[in-house]
Design a protein around this ligand. Structure first.
Ligand code: ZN
Length: 472
């Protein structure tokens, strides 16, 4: 097999469209770090996957932080003297600085101006602003709206919101595998009507959990749907004793746009996940960039804080903060595309299958090459079309199965699709030519799973769509 997106797992048909519909359903909700927008989002996710909702009371100390109050918003507007709503929360929840304290006052434009935010370079877009940890209020508006406000007018300003003791809500989907070692996946659920930043990660992770539910797994999987920063800090504070189970992890964000992929390495830099993601993208022939860890961004900065230093990277398409639509009303339902979501989901499913199937073996006949023909191994491992690649995969596995190299090591070195090495190892195991080295070993277990996980024949419609998304 040559490169290309054939090396990604097959998804159910129309997965991209289904994810886009899910995003459209969640889009109107006014999420924040706390409150009913997050709850409603988690409840919608819970209709699709087994999700445990956790409520952590306001005021609870979590690491160096404290769980904040709950924010609820009912309405907000700026009205002119004739009572016309010039800025209206009902039109877009981005119009209010998220987590604003309540206000109801009349004021002149000069009094109001310090509370107004617009984007002069993109005069038709509404910016997204927050003020979580400093009590403040404000409005975000199109620059064209701001330009139309008059110095000689008095405005009625109202943010009908409340901040009160309640809870921080997060969702935890745990899918037990054969072993207790875990793969952690995490996305933030705290942004209001923004599609790529926030909802694309939510959709891909939800559908990934659905997918994993239908494939038996070796690892256990933990998928966290959490408010950014305070959510991961809260989860880490409550699960400090648990984190040693996490062997690989990934934060998902901005995975619905049409741009090339970006993988941000974990702080460790050379963790297995840091090699697996670039390897999968390379084998799929998808344009991508790999960047080193830096201590800002999304929740990877908490998982990778030095006291935890977990092997958690971050997968994105457009890099957060680096595309013009980021944190604006232009990050909308048109900005995320079904085909891009589908490729992102396929990449995630493939890299989890790779992690799950990675193993370390020892060749039991290491002196000279074992004679494969007399064991029927050529015939056992596939038809004519890929026979040569599969034969090569067996030779690679036999040579490097020395108890030191994992299948991923060999796959990288051989520049072959992982599933070929996995299938070669399965065939060699069956013939008693390999011994399982225990640690990190998927062994015979994986061989019973691989036909389902790594199906090789995508339906024509699916493979066409995926190819269409290939970024040059
Ligand atoms: Zn964001």
């Amino acid at each position: 097999m040559t490169g290309g997106t054939d090396n990604l797992v097959t998804l159910p048909p129309e997965s991209g469209e289904a994810m886009h519909r899910f995003i459209a359903k969640l889009f109107p909700l006014c999420r924040s770090i706390t409150g009913n927008g997050v709850r409603a989002t988690l409840q919608a996710i819970a209709q699709r996957i087994p999700l445990t909702l956790h409520e952590v009371p306001s005021g609870t100390p979590v690491l160096d932080w404290t769980v904040p109050q709950e924010w609820h918003i009912r309405d907000a507007f700026i009205k002119n003297a004739r009572g016309e709503r010039l800025v209206d929360f009902r039109q877009s929840n981005l119009h209010v600085v998220n987590y604003s304290v309540p206000v109801h006052a009349t004021m002149t434009l000069s009094e109001l101006r310090p509370h107004l935010f617009s984007l002069p370079d993109y005069p038709d877009w509404i910016p997204y602003r927050t003020s979580y940890y400093t009590p403040a209020w404000g409005f975000c508006l199109r620059h064209t709206q701001l330009a139309a406000l008059r110095e000689d007018e008095v405005y009625e300003v109202c943010i009908d919101a409340s901040l009160e003791d309640g809870a921080l809500t997060y969702g935890d989907c745990y899918l037990p595998g054969i072993i207790e070692d875990e793969v952690l996946l995490s996305c933030h659920v705290c942004h209001p009507s923004l599609a790529n930043d926030n909802l694309s990660g939510i959709a891909v992770m939800t559908f990934l959990a659905q997918y994993l539910q239908h494939c038996p797994q070796r690892y256990s999987y933990r998928l966290l749907f959490i408010p950014g920063t305070i959510g991961s800090i809260t989860w880490l504070a409550r699960n400090e004793a648990h984190v040693e189970k996490i062997k690989h992890g990934l934060v998902l964000t901005c995975v619905g746009d049409a741009g090339p992929f970006t993988y941000k390495r974990s702080r460790r830099g050379h963790a297995v996940i840091d090699r697996t993601v670039p390897y999968v993208l390379r084998q799929a022939g998808l344009a991508h960039e790999v960047i080193d860890f830096f201590p800002y961004g999304y929740d990877e900065r908490q998982y990778c804080s030095p006291g935890f230093n977990l092997p958690v990277g971050c997968l994105m398409r457009a890099r957060h903060g680096q595309f013009p639509e980021y944190h604006t009303s232009a990050d909308n339902l048109q900005f995320v595309q079904p085909v891009a979501l589908e490729t992102s989901l396929a990449v995630c499913a493939t890299l989890l299958a790779t992690l799950d199937g990675n193993a370390r073996y020892r060749n039991l006949l290491p002196k000279g090459e074992p004679q494969l023909g007399k064991r029927g191994l050529y015939r056992a491992i596939g038809g004519q079309q890929h026979a040569r690649t599969r034969e090569m995969a067996m030779l690679w596995v036999l040579n490097y199965a020395d108890g030191e190299h994992t299948l991923l090591d060999i796959a990288e070195r051989a520049d072959l699709p992982f599933q070929h090495l996995r299938q070669a190892a399965d065939a060699l195991l069956e013939q008693g030519l390999l011994a399982d080295c225990g640690e990190e070993s998927a062994g015979a277990l994986y061989s019973s799973l691989s036909p389902r996980i790594l199906e090789q024949s995508p339906s024509p419609s699916h493979s066409l769509r995926v190819r269409g998304d290939k970024v040059i």
